[in-house]
Design a binder for this molecule. Sequence first.
Ligand code: A2H
Length: 253
Amino acid sequence: EGVGPQEYTLIKMRVLELKGKLAALEGQGPVFLMAATLRPETMYGQTNCWALPDGDYAAFRGLNGEVYVMTERSALNLSYQDRTPVTGKPEKLLDLKGTDLLGLPVRSPRTHHDRIYVLPLLTILTNKGTGIVTSVPSDAPDDYAALMDLVNKPKLREKYGILDEWVLPYKVIPIIDIPGFGTAAAEKVCTDMKIQSQNDTKKLAEAKQLVYLKGFTDGVLIVGEYAGKKVSEVKGLIKNEMIAAGDALLYSE
Ligand code: A2H
């Protein structure tokens, strides 16, 4: 990666039912999965969220009596950024595996659906961000390819215990128009490049380059209160509004 720190926006996704192992967090305060993104302006297009099934996660005491679920490494970084109660000492409440998170219903800011579900993404790196990723298949080629894997491969859903109703009702939501790419740029690029799965990493890296840059420089939002505005003009505004509303935090690493 480049020189200097990378700044992410952590999107706070409220867990709506403390199922399975998370039942141990009952009474500890509102529980949030903390998804790291570089594209806060795309949150209108979320269809699900991602965790790494084999990944190690934990629940930590956050600000204002809240609970944050993320990797231990990212919780430590966040604590040094004064976004946990004690600097340099994140208080761990519960160890979790990615498999404990799969199928949890969450409510995420600016999302069209009242609830979206945690699904498996096998290409998540645990040494980047929080290990939780939000899914915007209209604009992120990785998200589109991984969602199509789950839609098209019942065996894959079965392997991870993913119910059809967590996946199949959630279609790509057009949110940004990019001249030459249309309103579902990631879908177009994945189709044009014949990307077959989330493991098509070389092609996906190329696809990502293409739509990421174009989306920022030429993209125009087509939903929400900034519909008609260029992404480059409103990205910072949307990010700051979510932070002010308590729906997001800044995080650097
Ligand atoms: B982005 P960079 Cl719409 N492992 O958010 C793998 N990928 C991760 C991750 C991890 N541990 N943590 C975050 N990410 C994803 C939205 C998005 C993103 C859109 C379009 C492009 C895009 C919705 N997913 O990223 O390596 C997150 O996905 C393209 C670069 O730090 C995060 O932003 O450059 C991005 O990768 C961070 O990637």
